[in-house]
Design a protein. Structure first.
Length: 480
């Protein structure tokens, strides 16, 4: 339970809110405490000054103790306090308490001493009274005759009411903090669920995917980081599911493609072994075996090419080169094959065209496209290859006057083992992988490839564009 993110988040919310509330309560309590004490001090000091003004003239001659005590008693009743008036030697000349008063005694109080020295800001204190069993505030102010200090007024009042208010306030704050903890617990749990529910859904979906169920989708409930993570997870799941489907299709198609020539070879070899054949028939059978073997070898080689592209082989290094000689060498080889089929192969290449490429993969693009054009162009047809250098890219076009590709199948022909006319493709020795290899190579070079109609609407035109220079000339990097 305590390892749950939800529990940790909820606890974090509660601790943060409680910490803030405790700090705010402490601050508020101190502010109110200082306010109440300052108010009480101001009240007592004001009362003491009233008494001072009333008795100031009475202390200059022979003091009338009764009159002075009457003045002190009057103000003391109004302020619920006790007031004493002393002379400059701290002898008590008046007391608001008539019975058991302190008149005639010497009151040795620090507050009075400081008031007589005119340190009024320091002439006060808060002390605990054993007699009344409560805290009291005591304030003294000097009595002046001109600039001469002739006595002091000492006033004290219980702080019981102030501390009772503070106690009630403290209790209210504690109750408020407890209620806040409960409220924070509910809010924290709700917010934690808002955060952790999508994470839990992602976790469950990931566990199911790890168990082999790739058909997972998690609802996107927000646009925050978790929402974006969920969206990326769904995209990853879709891609993984699609990749798995393509892998299964690839294995099934590869097995089917390899089974056909292997079945033919099996039948041909058994026929040679089990039946007496004339030399001419044996030669014919052997020619068929050679054809099937060549087809099987071509299939395996193209599967290896695809595997190498998928693995990003370390030997495939990219470098800045002039691709024109690469294309010319490949086209000269393909020209002999075109002539064998009575097809005219013409090419027009730029004088120089530099690009950041894997050289042998560029040769393979040209070889596969021209080989495809030769296969599906009838005798007497025409194939044209052009390479144009534009400011930011190279544009290669391979046009033929062959059978063409229907518009609705032009994207599908780049899928592995896809054939427009399967029977005709097998007759031509095609494996259905050549254009897939072209697409993979073009993608790895950050280029594009697409299909348009051939010249005059006849046949097919393959267009490949590759970015020219993406790194400084002469720099070589691994393609992985």
């Amino acid at each position: 339970m305590f390892n749950s993110i939800r529990t940790k988040l909820t606890a974090t919310y509660i601790m943060l809110i409680v910490a803030v509330m405790a700090f705010a309560a402490f601050f508020l309590f101190n502010v109110l405490n200082n306010y109440y004490l300052a108010y009480e001090y101001s009240k007592l000091q004001g009362a003491a000054k009233v008494v001072r003004d009333l008795v100031a003239t009475k202390l200059q001659a022979a003091p009338d103790v009764v009159d002075i005590s009457n003045q002190a008693e009057l103000v003391a009743r109004q302020n619920n306090a006790r007031i004493l008036i002393t002379d400059h030697k701290q002898r008590v000349l008046g007391d608001s308490v008539r019975v058991d008063g302190l008149v005639g005694t010497t009151l040795d109080r620090m507050e009075i001493a400081r008031a007589l020295m005119r340190f009024e800001d320091e002439a006060w204190s808060i002390q605990y009274s054993e007699l009344s069993e409560t805290w009291v505030m005591q304030v003294a102010v000097p009595v002046l005759s001109g600039e001469k200090v002739v006595g002091a007024v000492f006033i004290s009042s219980s702080l019981a009411e102030v501390y009772d208010v503070q106690k009630d306030l403290r209790n209210y704050i504690v109750i408020l903090i407890l209620l806040t903890i409960v409220f924070a617990g509910f809010i924290g749990h709700f917010l934690a669920r808002r955060i952790t529910d999508p994470i839990e859904s992602l976790t469950v979906a990931a566990e199911k995917m790890a168990a082999g169920d790739l058909s997972q989708y998690v609802s996107v409930r927000s646009r925050d980081e978790i929402g974006r993570l969920t969206k990326q997870f769904n995209e990853m799941a879709n891609r993984l599911q699609e990749s798995t489907r393509q892998l299964k299709d690839f294995v099934a198609n590869a097995s089917h493609e390899m089974r056909t020539p292997l079945t033919s070879l099996n039948l041909l070899v058994k026929s040679l072994r089990e039946y007496p054949l004339e030399q001419e028939e044996q030669d014919e059978f052997l020619a068929d075996i050679d054809q099937e073997l060549e087809r099987l070898i071509n299939l395996v080689e193209e599967l290896l090419d695809l595997s190498r592209l998928d693995r990003l082989a370390a030997e495939d290094t990219m470098m800045t080169v002039n691709v024109v000689p690469l294309l010319r060498d490949t086209l000269e080889i393909m020209q002999k094959r075109a002539e064998d089929k009575n097809i005219a192969l013409d090419y027009n290449l730029a004088e120089k065209a530099s690009a950041f490429v894997v050289p042998h993969q560029i040769k393979q693009i040209v070889f596969n496209l021209v080989d495809n054009a030769i296969k599906y162009t009838p005798e007497g047809g025409q194939i044209n290859v052009n390479l144009v250098q534009e400011p930011n890219l190279l544009k290669l076009t391979v046009s033929d006057t062959g059978i063409g590709i229907p518009y609705d199948q032009r994207e599908k022909v780049f899928e592995r083992f896809y054939r427009v006319d399967k029977a005709r493709s097998r007759e031509q020795g095609g494996t259905g992988l050549g254009l897939s290899i072209v697409l993979e190579i073009v993608k790895r070079h950050h280029g594009k490839v697409w299909i348009e109609d051939g010249p005059g609407g006849q046949g097919t035109t393959f267009i490949v564009t590759l970015p020219r220079l993406t790194l400084p000339t002469g720099r070589i990097v691994n393609n992985h």
